[in-house]
Design a protein around this ligand. Structure first.
Ligand SMILES: [Zn+2]
Length: 202
């Protein structure tokens, strides 16, 4: 294992443990990735099928721009192809994907995109707290990463670093895992606010 892959493995395992503690990686769900190289694109992505609260630094595998690996043993997440597409299109250094509930409920309620505005927490998402309108895109779920990738790219905006996949989960990206997590933590709060205030509205 190369030093950059070993470091990525440590970071990915630590981040997965944090997300598991927040209840956002139930069972074996969710996956995280970091970019190792840009040209050609190579990502370190969490392996498939493991309890995300128990990942070790070795539970990481290298994939290419199509999400495919040359590793003879380890199996990357089935969603690695979408991670690679997002990293390529958005220029992200890290992509995180979890099955938190609020983003999925929000996508169900607003299938054409979830509008957010006039909320202080938008600052944590890289936007303004006032006089700024953010629409988080929603795409239908698919088991085909090319279909998901095409839908993502069709609605991509450089100033909205997130994607909701209906009846599935949320993707958020950033320069590195830490910044991607900060964005996801804030976005999850924003979407929970949207869902909760709608439920209690007269
Ligand atoms: Zn998923």
């Amino acid at each position: 294992m190369t030093p950059d892959l070993a470091r990525a493995g440590e970071e990915l395992a630590a981040e997965c443990a944090r997300y598991t503690a927040m209840g956002w990686m139930r069972g074996t769900s969710g996956n995280l990735s970091v970019v190792l190289d840009r040209d050609p694109l190579r990502l370190a992505v969490t392996v498939s099928g493991k309890d995300k609260g128990e990942l070790t630094p070795d539970d990481v595998v290298v994939v290419d721009a199509d999400g495919a690996t040359e590793d003879p043993v380890k199996v990357p997440s089935a969603e690695a192809g979408l991670h690679a597409r997002i990293a390529a299109v958005a220029g992200a250094g890290a992509v995180v994907h979890v099955h938190a509930l609020a983003p999925v409920v929000a996508a169900e309620l607003w299938p054409d995109g979830v509008e957010l505005r006039d909320l202080e927490m938008l600052k944590g998402f890289g936007r303004a707290a006032h006089d700024d309108r953010v629409v988080v895109p929603v795409v239908p779920n698919s088991q085909d990463m090319r279909v998901l990738g095409n839908a993502f790219e069709a609605g991509f905006r450089a100033d909205v670093p997130a994607l909701l996949v209906a009846r599935h989960g949320v993707y958020v990206w950033g320069e590195d895992l830490r910044r991607a997590r900060h964005r996801l933590e804030c976005l999850e709060w924003l979407l929970r606010f949207k869902v909760e205030t709608r439920r209690h509205a007269p």
